[in-house]
Design a protein around this ligand. Sequence first.
Ligand SMILES: [Mn+2]
Length: 357
Amino acid sequence: MKMTFRWFGEGQDPISLKNIRQIPGVTGVVSSLLDIPAGEAWPEERIKSMKDTITDAGLDIHVIESVNIHEDIKLGAPSRDEKITNYILTMERLSKYGIKCICYNMMPVIDWARSHLYYDLPDGSNTMRYEANFINNISPEALAERYAKESETYEMPGWEPERMKKINEALRAYEGMTTETFYTNMKYFLDAIIPHAEKLDIKMAVHPDDPPLPIFGLPKLIISRENICRYLALNPSQYNGLTLCTGSLGAKKGADIPAMIREFGAEGRIHFAHVRNLKFENDTDFYESAHLSSMGSLNMYDIMKAFYDVKFDGWIRPDHGRMIWDETTQKGRPGYGLYDRAIGANYLLGLWEAIKA
Ligand SMILES: [Mn+2]
């Protein structure tokens, strides 16, 4: 297990690499080039400069989160081939700079969704929250507007205002699309890229839909054990693998996360992991709690024990944390402040050390 930390990139993240370097046990970051639109090939000089900046700061980078999938690929539009060609070009360029794993998702139109970005907790911290009733009664445009207003400093990945202007058009493209067609389109993409992933030794790691619930009537595919099995079976190569995100999969009450880690981990299909906790308020609503088991609804010991038992040797990172110790919107993107994630990383490392001992 290699402990990493998400860093959004130069000019994209108020948290410095110097600060990340000082978190005990964190050896690297996972990063991206957020300004490059999905479907375009990443310029090699940008990749080189990202890598140099990170290694100059004494950290390594082996995981990209994310190289996004263009909607044409998800929709199976005729123009998808050109986008897939660019995706492969990006993979080839990334491999030259030591990238070994690419996280991506197959969520249609919108990435993750929350009702609140800064929900106040009784201890004076704030965190992201999901209230089903709120999401079910708001339009996508209104939600995008709310994010733009609340997050002020940075565009939220997946909720860029430019993209959101065309959201209704994008949603309409999915009307009438069956789950079966969506799987067929995914298989087309996987069959095209996985042979290159094998050759380049880059593990592809699909991130589950977040949250694993239907939103705005869109098909949601990677949301449960059964669906993940089906996705992995679309292309049986070990290079077609998973980002095991405990918070995303865990947002469906009753999901047995340790069992999924044991099953997919034993098959060598987990390449990257996001480990965080969440606290259910009822069957559907939750907020993102501190990582500690006693603060949330997931048992983090059972989760780390499962990773240990399957001899997980991929990359792991703490996930969303609360904003604490006077962190403001200027000091971190929602869910991505410095301190609570640093505490989370060390809590997970502490569990790991104890399990190992
Ligand atoms: Mn995640």
